[in-house]
Design a protein around this ligand. Structure first.
Ligand SMILES: Cc1cc2nc3c(=O)[nH]c(=O)nc-3n(C[C@H](O)[C@H](O)[C@H](O)COP(=O)(O)OP(=O)(O)OC[C@H]3O[C@@H](n4cnc5c(N)ncnc54)[C@H](O)[C@@H]3O)c2cc1C
Length: 826
């Protein structure tokens, strides 16, 4: 294979890719494949001199996120096809085995079997002896069962990188090694700031677009342009053993034994063996400082840390006893970029034209093909081809500017890498960080907190638990972190009144002369209907896919408040900023989340509770549904917004944060004679399922349009001036949709879908669950999933695969609860 040679530095290119590891070369390859040939890739040293050259090269495809599974499947297709070309990457399709050495792990594998089915990935459940037949070196002691994925494999990471580089060069990409990026220039201020030039130690390259593929160096590179990318270099170790077996005709599959924290793959006549230590070792990053990777750390490794590897070595010999009898050929301790949640950092940033594709958390070889493909489309088209929310760099909010918080979260994730992730499991690192003004009240009243985007949020109050409600506990994993307190909290919202602290809801102010035209262009609904109007809307990409889903309150002629989910502050603000930049709009976009407390009071008694507290007439004429009024509640100035995410009469009340504790107490005291119950987010989720309210990132996403999601009622195709995504929606309306989000009611109330379960009709898997849970008013287990339109008709019988069991379900007209919204408008 020929080494890409360094050439003279071009003075300009449309796209500059920084980093010549497997990530950067794949991005460059796919940019060229997508038709963009004006691309320069630079690396400060040789290609593969970061983490790539010392990778173990395992390629596993199945992940909990269906999008990532799809990306990894594409990687395999690509590596398979490259293997047939002039520059084969050393792809060996040996398959992989994952063992269950505990009963819980076996349940996890059965759950993963469902994910595989819904992703169309081949996977077989096998017995311990069958696993041993495939991997004769293993001992079966304690193995409950296993799964085998025949299309997984292994690849030579350096050869793969050179193969992608050769392909990219053949399509016109210029690759310049020994060219270090030392600066990135921008022009414009605030929203209008864009990259213009990449400065290197060999000269400058004018450009429109930059993709930071710097792996563990990506944070350092992003700092050149003032962007925070929360990636921490972590030491990761494996060994290569001496010969352990005779030559084999068929390669050994790779083997993972997560209960013992280890993995193995064949390396000639020995094994590569590595794992995830319980004691991790961050490298150059600390609680008080960002990473400081030395300038000359090129193509280098760290000193072996034998002490930290003892547990892995001992465990390895439990599963493969003969490994204890052979010597070690090489001991690799290489740093790799990890993120606080073990997912990649992909996508655009707040600096126009500056993209990131890094932080691959020791699965970058498996991911590289898919990453290149989605990034090329994201960079060139402005939107990725699939729902990449879980990998979108914008999921990290301001908290991750802190090195100590980033480090704590990353370390926790690394050290629990192979742990079973039970649904509704809560993380512990770095908590509590962001708290509502009522946090102390919640704690004193028995709150069980969950964490989202650093916010402590009430899941439920233990004090609301009644023994009788135990009868609702779902079977299996769904019942593990289930709490009986959710039932009375749900019931209160339907029957009397419930009070929820929603202060963590993300709040974004859009102001300035172009605020109204910007919001009208970004939203599919008509959101500029005058001060005091409230509109539920989506923001779409050019393909009509739902990029954001939020409520817009018009506060003044040139002032709008966007309220969106807790986790989406950064993402949605960034989407708005990007569109503002594209339009050259004169606006300010400010995240004001922490400045405002927000409490929701809903239920049939809501009006009675609130009326004595406010001079505002709460009748339907004076205060209709989807309206906002500035008024007071008790002593507190508030914005009352008549909306609901639970499907009942009621209001969200916003006040400056410093009044929050007083407002909450006022509401609580007033509710004491009206059977007011304080509730948490688990009850809200159950209530919204009954009412068919969609959750962005689960039920709705950039890959689905409002028509497909059942949100066509928000679309104003005839809006003067149009809106982003309008043409795509108009075309879809004309052609008709082919799939629709359907509501499924399961036959067995105790079987609860948690997301990603396969949905089948007559033995053919046709969909997967997007979200699910119990509706306590309807007494039903409810799930959502996209179905072909022919199957999305009410009455269609389907089956949902829950932990290996096929549970019958019926497609049911949505919403299940109060379909005419009479209660909301009562
Ligand atoms: C021990 C170990 C085992 C692993 N095993 C596996 C495995 O089995 N399967 C799997 O899928 N993944 C595995 N990984 C992870 C995988 O190797 C990485 O995710 C992947 O190689 C990262 O690729 P990258 O292109 O993002 O980064 P890198 O390979 O680090 O590339 C970044 C490049 O950026 C260049 N660069 C940095 N700064 C600058 C600058 N200022 N200017 C120009 N260039 C710059 C660097 O020189 C480098 O070449 C493993 C990782 C380790 C450490």
């Amino acid at each position: 294979m020929t080494e890409p040679v360094s050439r003279a530095l071009p003075s300009r290119a449309r796209v500059v890719v920084i980093g010549g590891g497997v990530g950067g070369t794949s991005v460059a390859y796919h940019l060229a494949l997508s038709g963009e040939r004006d691309v320069v890739l630079v690396d400060r040293n040789e290609l593969t001199s970061g983490s790539t050259f010392h990778s173990a090269g395992l390629v596993g495809q199945l992940r909990s996120d269906p999008t990532l599974t799809a990306m990894n499947r594409y990687s395999v297709e690509l590596y398979r096809s490259l293997q047939q070309g002039e520059n084969p990457p050393g792809w060996v399709e040996c398959g992989s085995i994952r063992l269950a050495s505990t009963q819980e792990r076996w349940e996890e594998i059965r759950r993963q079997d469902g994910w595989a089915a819904s992703s169309g990935l081949q996977m077989q459940l096998i017995s311990a002896p069958e696993a041993q037949e495939l991997f004769p070196l293993m001992a079966t002691d304690g193995v409950v069962g296993a799964c085998f994925l025949p299309t997984d494999g292994q690849v030579d990471p350096s050869q793969l990188t050179y193969s992608l580089a050769a392909g990219a060069r053949a399509m016109g990409v210029q690759i310049l090694t020994h060219t270090r990026v030392v600066g990135i220039d921008t022009e414009g201020e605030g929203l209008r700031r864009r990259v213009t030039r990449v400065r290197t130690d060999k000269g400058d390259i004018e450009c429109e677009l930059v993709v930071d593929c710097g792996g563990m160096f990506a944070a350092q590179i992003a700092r050149l342009v003032g962007v925070r990318v929360p990636i921490v270099p972590m030491s990761h170790q494996y060994v290569v053993t001496e010969a352990m077996f005779e030559h084999r005709e068929t390669p050994l599959p790779s083997l993972r034994d997560p209960d013992n924290l280890v993995y193995y793959r064949q390396e000639v006549d020995g094994l590569v063996m590595g794992g995830y230590e319980r004691q991790s070792q961050p490298w150059t990053a600390s609680a008080s400082a960002y990473d400081r990777i030395p300038a000359d750390f090129n193509g280098r490794l760290l000193q072996p840390d034998h002490d930290r590897f003892v547990e892995i070595s001992e465990n390895a010999a439990i599963r493969v006893p003969s490994i204890a009898d052979v010597g070690i050929r090489s001991f690799i301790n290489g740093p790799e970029g990890f993120t606080p949640d073990n997912e990649f950092c992909l996508g655009p940033t707040d600096v126009g034209g500056f993209f990131v594709a890094a932080g691959y958390c020791a699965h970058g070889i498996a991911g590289a093909g898919g990453i290149g493909k989605v990034m090329a489309e994201w960079v060139l088209e402005g939107a990725p081809p699939m729902d990449l929310w879980h990998m979108d760099v914008r999921r990290f909010g301001g908290s991750y500017r802190s090195p100590s918080y980033t480090l704590a979260r990353t370390v926790e994730n690394y050290e629990s890498y192979y742990d079973i992730r039970y649904p509704a499991h809560e993380r512990r690192a770095g908590r509590p960080l962001r708290t509502s003004p009522v946090y102390a009240w919640h704690a004193a009243h028995g709150a069980s907190f969950g964490e989202k985007s650093g916010w402590e949020r009430v899941n439920y109050y233990e004090s609301n638990s009644h023994v009788d409600d135990e009868a609702w506990r779902p079977r299996g994993w769904a019942g593990r972190h289930w709490a009986p307190a959710v039932v009375p909290e749900h019931r209160a919202a339907r029957e009397t009144a419930a009070l929820f602290d929603e202060s963590s809801f993300a709040k974004i102010e859009v102001s300035g002369p172009d605020a109204a035209p910007l919001m009208q262009w970004v939203c599919d609904n008509d959101v500029a209907r005058g001060a005091g109007s409230v509109t539920y809307t989506q923001a779409l990409n050019a393909r009509g896919g739902i990029e954001c889903d939020f409520t817009v309150t018009q506060l003044g002629t040139a002032l709008f408040l966007v309220v969106t989910g807790t986790a989406f502050a950064n993402h949605d603000a960034s989407w708005l900023r990007t569109q503002a930049r594209e339009l050259d709009a004169d606006v300010r976009i400010t995240d004001v989340t922490g400045a405002w407390a927000c409490f929701g009071l809903w239920g049939p008694n809501a009006r009675e509770i609130l009326a004595p507290l406010t001079p505002q007439d709460l009748g339907n004429d004076a205060f209709p549904f989807l309206a906002m009024r500035e008024t007071t509640i008790g002593d507190v100035p508030v914005r009352m917004v008549r909306v609901t995410f639970v499907g009942e009469l009621g209001w969200e009340m916003y006040c400056p944060a410093e009044y929050g504790a007083r407002l909450w107490q006022t509401l609580w005291d007033a509710g004491s004679t009206h059977r007011l119950v304080a509730g948490g987010y688990r009850a809200i989720d159950s209530l919204r399922l009954e009412k068919g309210y969609r959750v962005w990132g689960a039920d709705i996403d950039p890959a689905h349009t409002p028509y497909e999601a059942g949100l066509g009622f928000c679309v104003r195709l005839e809006k003067p001036g149009g809106f982003l995504g309008r043409d795509a929606l108009a075309a879809q309306k004309e052609a008709g949709i082919t799939q629709r989000l359907a509501c499924l009611v399961l036959d067995d109330r105790s079987q609860v879908a948690l997301g990603n379960e396969p949905v089948r009709v007559a033995d053919a898997v046709v969909s997967r669950v997007t979200s699910g849970g119990i509706g306590y008013t309807l007494g039903a287990s409810i799930a959502f999933g996209y179905l072909p339109v022919g199957l999305a008709e009410p009455g269609t019988r389907v089956e949902v695969g829950i932990f290996g069991e096929w549970v019958g379900a019926t497609v049911t007209k949505d919403p299940l609860y109060d379909p005419r919204s009479e209660r909301v408008r009562s």
